[in-house]
Design a protein around this ligand. Structure first.
Ligand code: A3P
Ligand code: MG
Length: 278
């Protein structure tokens, strides 16, 4: 599907403001509530009032685009209905819910536009650093710092790109050691064997653990070189990050080198690898 520049500008602006607005609600809850109302979902992952409220803010804002929405917190749409969608929003209203609960600050809001089952544009907001990562097919990937939480945010497309920094920020490793990222979830032997392989080429390899899609943003920035993930993730965990990494020249693929697929009947991702080849 080919969208005109005015259409992608309009949709990127909607996604940006929806992410910042949801981030403001999440941040308010993060900084002022003692009880996050934690419960467990059917897949045994936690959910809080912040996930629910962020979902409803994003769903309300994106409804104005009249494009269907598949969200982590609104996932019960039958495959028979969504399999024919050629354009839809794929949303993780609060990625890194465990990190949110543990108050590490490593949580993000993720919105991707999927066209023909591939991420076309993506927005990731990290409210604890006032940073938005974004990409669109015409301009590539950017980060924008200084985006303060605001529930009534209404950035225009010009305001979004004013002072935004093109990704990657660093084109070379610049003398630092190679960096490999992992989830804070305990990884498998497959991942640890991969790390040992990388270490043969990079004896000074640093292995760093982060929660949420921040890992994908660090790769897009050029601040890290590898990310391997063999424990479970879902399509909404990678969609916006994939769009942003692609805009910055970083590929994500399964362990056989194939692209990830979106809008599958089962929304789980296979184990995957991101490798920076700059
Ligand atoms: N047992 C499980 N079942 C389904 N998804 C899981 C899972 N354990 C982790 N995840 C996915 O991994 C994500 C967290 O990744 P990371 O470890 O990189 O922070 C979670 O995002 P949410 O926090 O949005 O639920 C969730 O989607
Ligand atoms: Mg998630």
């Amino acid at each position: 599907m080919c969208l005109a520049r005015e259409q992608t500008d309009f949709l990127l602006t909607r996604a940006f403001n929806a992410a910042v607005s949801a981030g403001a609600k999440i941040y308010e809850i993060y900084t002022s509530y003692d009880d996050f109302g934690v419960s467990l979902k059917a897949d045994s992952t936690p959910i809080t009032i912040a996930d629910r409220q962020a979902h409803s803010i994003i769903a309300k804002r994106l409804a104005q685009t009249r494009i269907p929405i598949l969200s982590e917190e609104g996932r019960d749409i039958l495959y028979e209905e969504r399999q024919n969608w050629d354009l839809f929003w794929l949303v993780d209203p609060l990625d890194g819910t465990r990190q949110f609960i543990e108050r590490t600050g490593e949580f993000t809001i993720n919105i991707a536009l999927i066209a023909d089952n591939k991420p076309l544009l993506g927005v990731i907001y990290h409210p604890c650093s006032d940073t938005v990562y974004l990409s669109d097919p015409d301009r590539g990937a950017f980060s924008k710092v200084g985006v303060r939480v605001s529930q009534t945010t209404e950035y225009t497309v010009n305001e979004i790109f004013r002072d935004a920094r093109k990704l990657p920020l660093h084109n070379e490793q610049g003398g630092r050691s190679a960096r490999l990222l992992l989830s804070r979830v305990r990884e498998s032997n497959v991942a640890h064997d991969f790390i040992e392989n990388v270490r043969t080429d990079h004896p000074d390899l640093q292995v760093l653990e982060y929660g949420s899609s921040l890992k994908l943003c660090l790769l897009a920035e050029g601040s890290a070189d590898y990310y391997i993930r063999t424990t479970q993730t879902m399509e909404w965990d990678t969609a916006a990050g994939e769009a942003i990494m692609r805009g910055a020249g970083v590929r994500i693929c399964d362990l056989h080198g194939n692209d990830l697929q979106y809008n599958k009947e089962k929304l789980e991702n296979p184990p995957f690898l991101c490798k920076c080849s700059r």
